[in-house]
Design a protein around this ligand. Structure first.
Ligand SMILES: Cc1cc2nc3c(=O)[nH]c(=O)nc-3n(C[C@H](O)[C@H](O)[C@H](O)COP(=O)(O)OP(=O)(O)OC[C@H]3O[C@@H](n4cnc5c(N)ncnc54)[C@H](O)[C@@H]3O)c2cc1C
Length: 396
């Protein structure tokens, strides 16, 4: 196993880091104060620069305008970009577009690639992913109840979805719906592409999340499909393949999420170190002189390093031995890294005292937005159970 970073990659990561610190992080106050139109205008300007620099869409291959090299490289880029909540968007590899584009690239028909993937990959349109429903347990998607029925050469979709991230302003969604209710439970659902200017589709609301409603790309929608008709050719992949595609979408997605979370952890730890060195708590001492603070710094450093090694090992395994060989590790990194993220951000916030609770630093944003890391893409419990069952099965 070798995930040594080449000299060329080191330079690339440095360029991305410099760009992030010079151009992106200074825009964060616009996010934290909800100045959405100005923020988006600035971000879209930066996206053009990133495209000109040849660093656009590190998750997609060159034939669709991306700059993908290897999964390990992508993971390393995700870590750097994760240091700012704006990083992935500016570099064109943000969820949920990234997962949708990856699926379209692998399973889209020529027509779907032309119509959906090309403008999505170029950053001209946005998309969303509608799987989770308010009334069925998202942890077990075999229970989904939104349906699509074939009527002539059209699918007729009915159902309600929520936590459809970035629905506001998106041009299309990938909807996961039941097409074959009597089939074996993992073959009941399919993925269907739905243009969101469809009269049968409605964005009901942006869901308030911990006091914030978000905006556009930075929002989570509750959406409804009522006799929503789309051409039969909008099926993505094969009929009944919805669960298989969802797994395929989530595998590389979890690696990117984990590395993004480690980027957040590193930024938070850095903010903490800078603050405790500057905060005087007596005439002779700063917070940095306190051993309890030092312990938090040491623990955070160790936890980030351990998770990072595990995530990079997983990326390497997927790249070299295939997704199947890494399945258990993907569950492991998902819950392990999400919990480390939470602990590190919590310590950084604690060390800032009352300032940590304000939106004058990025920490409260991380604390609020990233609590969800332990829930989406499979809650902690589901991944822990999956790992434990596998270990128990192997034990003789
Ligand atoms: C910020 C955010 C963004 C999201 N974005 C999207 C998106 O873009 N598209 C989309 O389709 N969905 C999205 N989701 C939804 C997410 O995938 C679901 O919330 C997740 O799958 C869990 O489903 P649920 O909320 O229905 O929880 P439930 O399935 O009802 O579970 C509730 C809780 O029960 C526990 N639990 C569940 N199963 C077990 C078990 N077997 N054993 C023990 N405990 C268990 C867990 O603690 C879990 O948190 C998002 C969610 C959040 C919070």
């Amino acid at each position: 196993m070798d995930y040594q970073i080449s000299e060329q990659m080191q330079q690339k990561l440095q360029r991305i880091d410099d760009f992030l610190k010079t151009h992106i992080i200074p825009l964060e106050p616009l996010l934290l104060t909800g100045q959405w139109p100005t923020l988006m205008e600035n971000l879209n300007g930066l996206r053009k620069k990133v495209q000109e620099m040849g660093l656009w869409a590190a998750n997609l291959p060159k034939d669709v305008g991306g700059s993908y090299t290897t999964l390990v490289d992508l993971a390393l880029i995700a870590e750097v970009l994760g240091q700012s909540p704006l990083g992935h968007y500016v570099f064109g590899c943000q969820a949920p577009d990234a997962g949708n584009a990856e699926l379209l690239h692998l399973h889209g028909t020529e027509e779907q690639i032309e119509h959906w993937l090309k403008p999505l990959a170029a950053g001209k349109i946005r998309s969303c992913f509608a799987m989770t429903e308010p009334h069925t347990a998202g942890s077990n998607p075999t229970l989904l109840d939104a349906t699509a029925v074939l009527d002539g050469d059209e699918w007729v979709i009915n159902g309600r979805k929520w936590f459809t991230t970035s629905a506001e302003g998106a041009s299309f969604t990938v909807a996961m719906v039941v097409t074959d209710p009597d089939a074996e439970k993992h073959s009941r659902a399919s993925m269907i592409l739905v243009p969101l200017d469809n009269p049968g589709y409605r964005l009901i609301r942006n869901i308030p999340v911990m006091g914030h409603k978000g905006y556009g790309y930075f929002s989570h929608g509750e959406v409804e499909f009522t006799d929503c008709r789309v051409p039969a050719s909008n099926l993505l992949g094969k009929r009944g393949q919805g669960f298989a595609l969802a797994q395929e979408r989530l595998g590389p997605g979890r690696i990117q999420h984990c590395m993004r979370w480690l980027g957040i952890g590193k930024r938070s730890l850095n903010e903490m170190c800078r603050y405790v060195k500057s905060r005087k708590i007596s005439s002779t001492q700063t917070l940095a002189d306190q051993q309890l603070m030092q312990a938090m710094i040491a623990d955070s450093t160790a936890e980030i390093a351990a998770a990072r090694a595990l995530v990079l090992e997983t990326a390497w395994t997927v790249e070299n031995l295939g997704f199947k060989a890494a399945r258990e590790n993907i569950s492991l990194i998902k819950f392990y890294t999400a919990n480390i993220l939470q602990r590190v951000v919590d310590r950084a916030l604690q060390s800032h005292g009352a300032l940590g609770m304000t939106d004058d630093t990025i920490l409260a944003h991380f604390y609020r937005e990233e609590r969800a890391a332990r829930i989406y893409d499979g809650p902690d419990e589901v991944h822990r159970l999956s790992v434990a069952r596998k270990i128990l099965k192997q034990t003789v």
